[in-house]
Design a protein around this ligand. Sequence first.
Ligand code: FES
Length: 111
Amino acid sequence: MPKIVFLPNQEHCPEGAVVEAQEGETILDVALRNGIEIEHACEKSCACTTCHCIIREGFDSLAESSELEDDMLDKAWGLEPESRLSCQAKVTDEDLVVEIPRYTINHAREH
Ligand code: FES
């Protein structure tokens, strides 16, 4: 089974985490199943950017993002070339290293 390493994130997993994923599961679902509460304001329907994650390793193993996802990502705070919306990015058979950005766009506005 592939593993996902979540890098430490102050709010969601201060120590970081290593969890097992099922092929075909989204990164968001794997996180939620393991108590890592990545925000998902639009309930996983690819209509917000709060579930934005950066794939530090294994990015190329993920299926390509859809146009809709790319459009949404353009609005994400702290966009990087290896950014994905975690509710859309499905795990394959490769391990991943995932960073949850410090802020989502909702937070960025508040600070
Ligand atoms: S939860 Fe809104 S796009 Fe992923």
